[in-house]
Design a binder for this molecule. Structure first.
Ligand code: FES
Length: 263
């Protein structure tokens, strides 16, 4: 039988214009992981994240609510804040010192009368983005009217196996990042390439039964599961002090990948 091939043209991996369209039409129109809930846990604490072409920040208000805004001053578009940090009660633009409160309202314009006459500040609040929580993880969407994150990840819920991400505790922040000189699709294709597991990883993932792997798409999400080989399971069970509560058919490697939001 002829193998099924899905070939993209070379430009999909090399063309700047193609990449620009992906940034605009894919990454600027979907959810983007921003951080853990403990990263923004006090009023005034904020984190910024690049969501496609949009720089967005999440800040906790004095009412302890999380809000997300486009990181752009309403005066002349200067980036308001950088990276991560904490402010007392306001965000001041570095260019001309327009100041916004933690709820995104414009509260102060220096030399307002002399420079502008009167400014209707109520129309010049920061542009909202959407922030939502999924299993203790913060996600942002450039569109403030986007459907909830639960709607986006809903189809993946039955496929995350025994994992309970919201019970995990972050003990140490590892600021490790890898810069890969390749188009992002090359990296994604490696993650969804089951074929290489028993070859490239023959010495490191030998505890899994690659031939029994199951994988499919749930909408835009790639789902993968493979069980451990029997010998590995027995060995692990013999070392466990308490009996494992995970049902046998739930044991194994569970991977969920959403190429549209990176990883
Ligand atoms: S650009 Fe922000 S105050 Fe002018």
């Amino acid at each position: 039988m002829k193998p099924m091939l899905h070939l993209l043209p070379v430009e999909a991996y090399t063309s700047q214009a193609w990449y620009g369209r992906e940034m605009r039409d894919i990454f600027s129109k979907t959810w983007r992981y921003a951080g853990f809930m403990e990263d923004v846990s006090e009023p005034g604490q904020y984190i910024t994240v690049q969501a496609g072409l949009n720089n967005i920040f999440v800040v906790m208000g004095r009412d302890r609510r999380l809000r997300a805004f486009h990181n752009i001053c309403r005066h002349r578009g200067t980036q308001l804040i950088r990276a991560v940090g904490k402010t007392q009660k306001a965000l001041t633009c570095p260019y001309h010192d327009w100041t916004y409160n933690l709820e995104g309202n414009l509260v102060s314009v220096p030399e307002e009368q002399e420079e502008f006459g009167q400014v209707d500040k109520s129309c010049l609040g920061l542009k909202p983005a959407k922030v939502d929580i999924w299993k203790s993880m913060i996600f942002v969407h450039p569109d403030s009217d986007a459907p909830s994150i639960a709607e986006w990840f809903g189809p993946t819920e039955p496929h995350i196996g025994p994992h309970v991400p919201e019970e995990l505790v972050e003990y140490e922040e590892l600021n490790t990042s890898y810069e890969i000189k390749a188009n992002w699709k090359v990296v994604v294709e490696n993650y969804i390439d089951v074929y290489h597991l028993s070859h490239l990883h023959s010495n490191t993932l030998q505890m899994y039964d690659h031939k029994a792997a199951k994988y499919h798409w749930e909408g835009p999400h790639y789902m993968f599961w493979e069980p451990p080989v029997e010998a590995f399971l027995k060995d692990q069970e013999s070392k466990l002090i308490a009996p494992r509560v995970i049902p046998k058919d739930m044991n194994g490697a569970w991977v969920s990948y959403s190429p549209k939001i990176g990883h």
